[in-house]
Design a protein around this ligand. Structure first.
Ligand SMILES: Nc1ncnc2c1ncn2[C@@H]1O[C@H](COP(=O)(O)OP(=O)(O)OP(=O)(O)O)[C@@H](O)[C@H]1O
Length: 425
């Protein structure tokens, strides 16, 4: 009897130990499953990281493929270059860039301002079926490009805050239904990040196979390490995610290798073919003057420089640091007989457009502006640039100074600044 009780007691104990063990086994099995799952995730992450590292390592500083060889679109491209754009021969790297885009590659272009970046995406835009989307940071730059394309008979439009309802309707129809003639559409980055309506039309355009190319102009604006960071550029990565099969070209005149890495990552183009052309501009001449501490003396010197060196109303730009300074300097230059207008981001769009137009048509000689003016301005006869105030960085100085480099003849280049401050860079 006592034996039986002992056995039952032990049985209960064993059963309870078994139950405990079962619980432990279940916990261990759960743990094992979680670990297997995590192992798979980590393996996949490693694979992705290796692939993109290999891709960026293999993104050559000089393109490895022979993009200067023969391609099926050669004669059509030559014909368009000559008969539509009126350009007799390619400049360095232009043909190779165009060929890589035509082959469906993503491309990163580092080319000096005035080097001819626009042709690199505008010519494929004309050659490829469908619509090319160009993202560009400044209204003035977009207006310049659209005006230039219209003059060449290329159907181009811009969709910005200044676009009237009728044109907007036309653009949306072209995107959504393929109606009307539209080859190149310019937008500011805000349109991509803020307009759901626009993105949905673009989506439809892509689904119908009509989105032929995406171009990101002034691509250094993507990187906060660049000299001209624009927060809305950070959202442009969505374009490659939404339209992975559409080739993307990112173009800039100035990008350090850190900025290049950054924008490749942000735009999701790790396999892009990279083309780097020299940023040296042998046709530019720089002069540095010591800046007087007396404001009026500085203005006298600038006015004398302009009227003596450019007596025939040749176009120029005077860069200032602040908006107030722009207005003041423009007023004082006018007081000394120089026809000068000011330009800065605080002015409304219509006023800015008016100033830009007057200067483009050489009705005014000088624009006194902040860096908001000048990036990519396509006026071929800019003869001089004066820096009344020191640029914030070396890149900004380069970017603003080469605006005049598009003129094909001998240029004069002047920086009004104390040497000692210049050396602070
Ligand atoms: N192959 C070429 N031969 C002659 N002129 C050209 C050639 N390619 C471009 N151009 C001209 O050079 C000028 C500058 O070109 P473009 O505006 O494309 O320069 P960019 O590199 O975009 O400059 P930015 O960085 O300032 O925007 C334009 O007037 C353009 O028509």
């Amino acid at each position: 009897m006592e034996d039986e009780e002992n056995i039952e007691e032990e049985l209960l104990l064993v059963e309870s130990q078994l139950n405990g063990l079962q619980d432990k086994i279940k916990t261990l099995l759960d743990q094992q499953e979680e670990l297997y799952e995590r192992q798979a995730q980590l393996k996949a992450m490693l694979e992705i990281s290796k692939t993109s590292r290999d891709a960026s390592n293999s993104a050559p500083s000089v393109a490895l493929e022979d993009w200067s060889g023969k391609f099926s679109w050669d004669s059509q491209a030559d014909d368009t270059r000559f008969n539509v754009f009126g350009i007799s021969s390619y400049r360095s790297n232009q043909r190779e860039i165009i060929n890589s885009i035509m082959s469906g590659k993503d491309v990163l272009v580092i080319m000096a301002a005035g080097g001819g970046k626009s042709l690199c995406y505008q010519l494929p835009a004309v050659l490829r079926d469908g619509i090319t989307l160009v993202v560009s940071p400044l209204l003035s730059l977009i207006q310049d490009q659209v005006m230039g394309l219209a003059a060449l008979g290329i159907p181009a439009h811009m969709l910005t805050s200044t676009t009237n309802k009728e044109i907007e309707k036309f653009i949306y129809k072209a995107l959504e239904k393929g109606e009307g003639e539209l080859k190149i559409l310019y937008v500011t980055p805000e349109k991509i990040s803020k307009s759901k309506r626009f993105m949905s039309k673009l989506e439809k355009c892509h689904h119908a196979g009509r989105l032929s190319l995406v171009a990101i102009d002034e691509a250094h604006c993507c990187s906060q390490w660049g000299h001209d960071f624009r927060p809305d550029y950070k959202n442009l990565g969505i374009l490659k995610i939404q339209f992975p099969s559409v080739p993307m070209i990112a173009l800039t005149a100035t990008a350090t290798s850190k900025v290049q890495m950054d924008l490749i990552e942000m735009l999701h183009i790790p396999r892009s073919v990279k083309f780097v052309s020299t940023v040296n501009r042998p046709n530019l001449f720089y002069r540095v003057y010591e800046k007087s501490s007396v404001g009026k003396v500085v203005i006298d010197e600038i006015a004398n420089f302009i009227s003596e060196s450019y007596p025939n109303n040749e176009s120029g730009i005077v860069y200032c640091f602040s908006r107030k300074e722009c207005e003041q300097v423009a007023k004082e230059l006018r007081g000394r007989g120089i026809s000068a207008d000011y330009y800065h981001a605080d002015m409304d769009v219509v006023a800015r457009e008016k100033v830009h137009m007057r200067w483009s048509k050489s009705k005014s000689q000088v624009i006194v502006g902040t860096v908001a003016f000048g990036m990519g301005i396509n006026k071929p006869d800019v003869r001089f640039v004066v820096h009344h105030s020191l640029s914030k960085s070396m890149e900004t100085y380069y970017q603003t100074s080469v605006t005049s480099g598009k003129w094909s003849g001998r240029e004069r280049w002047t920086a009004f600044r104390m040497c000692s401050i210049l050396s602070a860079w």
